[in-house]
Design a protein around this ligand. Structure first.
Ligand SMILES: [Zn+2]
Length: 125
């Protein structure tokens, strides 16, 4: 598959997921705004439901931001290119993490450097 075809396919998928997330978030937010009218006995499970929902909303919102970023870079024409070395980012990687801006090699290198640069703990004698 050519890079262009891959990006075109990704774009369709991202737009689809975007729509799904949007409507799912809409439902969840509606639920959260709904009047809470529960018997004292049911209070706990209601609170639990709401906590679960707000956690889910946070996850979905993050995913939506990732997708927005990915769609924006598709528009700009730099989607799927590594910011660091300019190589094509692995397609499998983009499918899992659509807003990836670095190839796996660079990502691992950055993480390794990050670990090395972290202040060493002093040895206490
Ligand atoms: Zn790279």
């Amino acid at each position: 598959m050519s890079e262009q075809d891959f990006i075109a396919e990704e774009k369709v998928k991202l737009l689809q997921e975007h729509r799904q997330l949007d409507s799912e978030l809409g439902h969840l937010r509606e639920f959260m705004q709904a009047e809470v009218d529960v018997e004292p006995d049911e209070g706990d499970s209601e609170v639990f439901e709401r906590e679960k929902n707000s956690a889910l909303i946070a996850v979905l919102e993050r995913r939506l931001v990732d997708i927005d970023n990915a769609l924006r870079s598709i528009e700009k024409g730099d989607y799927g290119k590594c910011q660091r070395c300019g190589k094509t980012i692995e397609h499998e990687r983009l499918e899992v993490k659509p807003d990836a801006t670095m190839c796996l090699t660079c990502q691992q290198e950055i993480e390794r450097l990050g670990r090395r640069n972290r202040p060493q703990r002093q040895i206490e004698w």
